[in-house]
Design a protein around this ligand. Structure first.
Ligand SMILES: N[C@@H](CCC(=O)N[C@@H](CS)C(=O)NCC(=O)O)C(=O)O
Length: 340
């Protein structure tokens, strides 16, 4: 009897073990086996994620996808881009249609605790603003009472704008549209008086208007929008790969490492640099990657500052100032934990 009991217990233990194993997600192994990273991006937002003239995806959010692919495969081209609207993005991630979402998504409590997702880092500290026609002759969002305002559905923008008008006892009509193209078309076609979203996106969307110079972005910032890459809960190892791939870009900037100084960095005597390039320590292997994982990232996309300037900063059509997204050591709030 006792023996039977023991056997049953052992069988139960084995079953629990198998069930536990089956339920345990291993996205890194899945990505390696598939040979390509499935990255959720926006449907076309200049500077952040959009196709260039050759049909290649480029942008600041796209660089995060490329950095992860570089770390895993030593090839930033091994990414399958999945363009997603605001409404579609989180269900797509939850269902497993993408391995990571890198699409101007704001880190909020309900998206983590409610949707069972996790934000890996803040790649861009943003805030919500308004774009209006110059002809309106206003200098502050507080002068916008009575307007029709367009925004995309499924965003924090729609929620914040309601708070802002209510709090300031102003009336407004909210027009929520499902795609970014519809939002731009409605605003350009004067179906609404203002367009509201994260300020960075206002700069990107202004480029899509028939006469960009006829519109201004008001100085008011009505919310906090920390944007960053997102993964599903339940796969800590994958969260670490995404998080540290992004932090490698930030740490590279802090260490003064870019694609042109990599050779020098490989020979550096500085302990921080030795750890970064993988000459010292087992940091890559601890992530399930190779020792030179961070070198692969810098070789492919450069450091954080390079990606910022190339895509959305001074070297781009958007010309967004670095502002709070400067490194902490240069007066900003971008701060990566140390690689050690
Ligand atoms: N950061 C906000 C807003 C994000 C958002 O989706 N903004 C629109 C601006 S119109 C956008 O980028 N759309 C691009 C797309 O749907 O492809 C959020 O996470 O809810």
């Amino acid at each position: 009897m006792k023996r039977l009991g023991n056997m049953l217990a052992a069988a139960g233990f084995m079953l629990a073990g198998f069930a536990g194993h089956a339920a345990q997600a291993d996205t890194l192994a899945d990505v390696k086996a598939r040979g390509t990273l499935k990255c959720g991006v926006s449907q076309g937002l200049a500077g952040f994620s959009a196709k260039d003239d050759k049909g290649e995806w480029i942008g600041f959010d796209v660089d995060v996808c490329k950095a992860i692919a570089a770390a895993v495969f030593d090839d930033p081209a091994k990414v399958t881009y999945v363009p997603l609207s605001a409404d579609a993005r989180f269900p797509a991630l939850s269902k497993g249609d993408v391995d990571v979402l890198s699409r101007n998504s704001t880190w909020t409590l309900s998206r983590e605790a409610g949707l069972k997702l996790l934000f890996a880092a803040v790649s861009y500290y943003d805030g919500q603003g308004f774009m209006v026609r110059n002809a309106r002759n206003v200098t502050s969002a507080l002068e916008l009472s009575g307007i029709k305002v367009c925004t995309q559905s499924g965003t924090t923008s729609a929620l914040n704008v309601a708070d802002f008008f209510r709090q300031n006892k102003m009336t407004f009509e909210l027009i929520e549209l499902p795609t970014v193209d519809e939002v731009v078309k409605a605003y350009d076609g004067e179906k609404c008086d203002a367009l509201t979203t994260d300020v960075s996106q206002l700069y990107a969307l202004r480029l899509k208007l028939s006469k960009p110079a006829d519109h201004i972005v008001l100085p008011d910032v009505i919310s906090k929008e920390p944007l960053g890459p997102v993964v599903r809960q339940g796969d800590d190892a994958w969260l670490n790969v995404v998080k540290w791939s992004f932090y490698a870009m930030l740490n590279a900037e802090e260490l003064g490492i870019d694609a042109t100084t990599l050779d020098k960095a490989m020979k550096s005597e500085k302990p921080d640099v030795k750890r970064f390039v993988g000459v010292e320590g087992e940091f890559g292997p601890q992530l399930g990657l190779t020792k030179d994982w961070a070198v692969r990232i810098v070789k492919s996309v450069g450091n954080y500052g390079d990606s910022f300037e190339r895509n959305i900063g001074s070297e781009s059509k958007l010309g967004i100032p670095r502002g709070v997204n400067q490194l902490w050591s240069a007066g900003g709030i971008q701060y990566a934990p140390p690689m050690r």
